[in-house]
Write a protein that binds this ligand. Structure first.
Ligand code: 3DD
Length: 425
């Protein structure tokens, strides 16, 4: 462990050079972020703002952090999952003077210690992925609340938590729901989760997906992405759901739909993507085939009930990195990936840079928007705000341009027609 008293705590600073190279790789594939960095590096509109961030420490997050710093912000950072920090990236950020507290494989006490450390510089902006930092501020550091202008939230689960807090009147400062931006949700959650989840499964198992019964629990944006990508690799995809409309969509996409009780008997690989707890429990483990592989791609590790599995096992051993073999009393073996935590970030590198480019452009512009409101003396309500449609279209437009695409524009006549309700048949 390398640490300076008040700057950072990372696993191994000597990994910094390798991390720097991987950050450069991400920068070469995040043209929207680099355009924003170029746009604001001179004016530094975030000067005087201190952002405490709690978000997976990956090469893409490093690009976001460096862009905040280039725009004038001070940043203090922790990872939002005990298994998702990439230690070379954390080392590279620490070596570049970023205050960062994160390492791969921390326990839950260390996880919250890191958040507490990142709060010591008294942030006036917060940034979350899963709402653990903002929840810590609200529950253990109310003294910080008067100086916090607002926050942003990256993921579906975190936005759910914050909307519930706001409904209860418990939210004490405004938050922007980055997750709900079209340029995040429709891209990161679908294409990012789709590819990175399979990446995690393949790194932890190297199994053939073609021909396998591949069970996806949850057909929201994330589950749909995973199902479509697995189908692309030749898997026989089965979807389980609790929401009739989502299940119906899955059938129309050509996937088999059944209950988990039924799927558990035939599945070879299971992925949970529901955001709900206890999706796979003891009665499912009881009927699973010998050699079944189980993993989760939801934000928290509550979807697979490992306490149930532990009670049913004869012994458990690590057979590959991020891959534990549970030997059952009847001789069957069940393989759990990444200790039931989100497999795409714990066993791989998370979503590709190209989709995080837009997610993080929303993070950057949302933090900037909070700072600009503050600068103008405009007070926001203590509620969860959506991203503006204008911001979504702006980000998508920059992305298209960097990909070399040109699109049509509405003529004035067409704009008039759209609002001319008298124009009928
Ligand atoms: N997430 C997925 N891949 C990531 C990456 N490469 N860097 C940072 C974070 C990453 C998770 C979140 O962006 C988001 O998809 C979520 O909803 O949690």
């Amino acid at each position: 462990m390398d640490s300076k008293s008040n700057l950072y705590k990372v696993k191994d600073l000597s990994l910094a050079a390798a991390g720097k190279l991987r950050i450069e790789w991400a920068e070469s594939r995040m043209p929207v972020m680099m355009a924003l960095r170029e746009k604001y590096r001179k004016t530094k509109p975030l000067k005087g703002y201190r952002i405490a961030g709690c978000l997976h420490v990956t090469k893409e997050t490093a690009v976001l952090v460096k862009t905040f710093v280039e725009a004038g912000a001070e940043v203090s950072w922790s990872g939002c999952n005990p298994l998702s920090t990439q230690d070379d990236i954390a080392a590279a950020l620490a070596a570049q003077g970023i205050s960062i507290y994160a390492w791969h494989g921390m326990n839950v006490d260390e996880f919250y210690w890191c958040i507490e450390e990142s709060l010591k510089f008294k942030p006036n902006l917060t940034l979350d992925d899963g709402a653990d930092l903002i929840f810590t501020v609200h529950n253990k550091h109310q003294e910080l609340i008067p100086t916090v202008i607002g926050g942003t939230e990256e993921t579906t689960t975190g936005v759910h938590r914050l909307r519930a807090m706001a409904k209860d009147g418990a939210l004490k400062y405004p938050v922007i729901a980055v997750n709900d931006a079209e340029t995040k949700w429709d891209f990161d959650n679908v294409y990012g989760t789709g590819q990175s989840t399979l990446d995690g499964i393949l790194r932890a198992t190297s199994v053939l997906l073609a021909g396998k019964n591949f069970v996806v629990a949850g057909f929201g944006h994330c589950g749909k992405g995973v199902a479509i990508r697995a189908k692309g690799l030749g898997a026989n995809v089965i979807v389980t759901e609790v929401k009739p409309t989502a299940a119906l969509k899955a059938t129309l996409e050509g996937f088999r739909v059944m209950t988990m009780d039924e799927a558990a008997k035939v599945g070879d690989i299971f992925v949970t993507a529901t955001g709900v707890k206890d999706v796979i429990v003891d009665r499912h483990f009881k009927v699973m085939k010998d050699g079944a592989i189980v993993c989760n791609t939801g934000h928290y590790d509550c979807e697979i009930n490992l306490k149930h599995l532990a009670k049913m096992k004869k012994r458990v051993r690590t057979v590959r990195s991020d891959n534990e073999e549970y030997l059952m009393k009847d001789g069957r073996r069940i393989y759990v990936l990444a200790q039931g935590r989100l497999v795409n970030l714990a066993a791989a590198e998370g979503h590709p840079s190209e989709v995080m480019d837009m997610s993080f452009a929303n993070q950057f512009l949302s933090q900037l928007r909070l700072a600009e409101f503050h600068h103008k003396g405009q007070k926001l309500e203590n509620k969860v705000y959506d991203i503006s449609t204008q911001q979504d279209q702006e980000i998508a437009g920059i992305k298209l341009a960097t990909m070399g695409y040109k699109i049509d524009r509405l003529t004035m006549e067409q704009v008039r027609y759209q609002s001319d309700y008298s124009a009928g048949t």
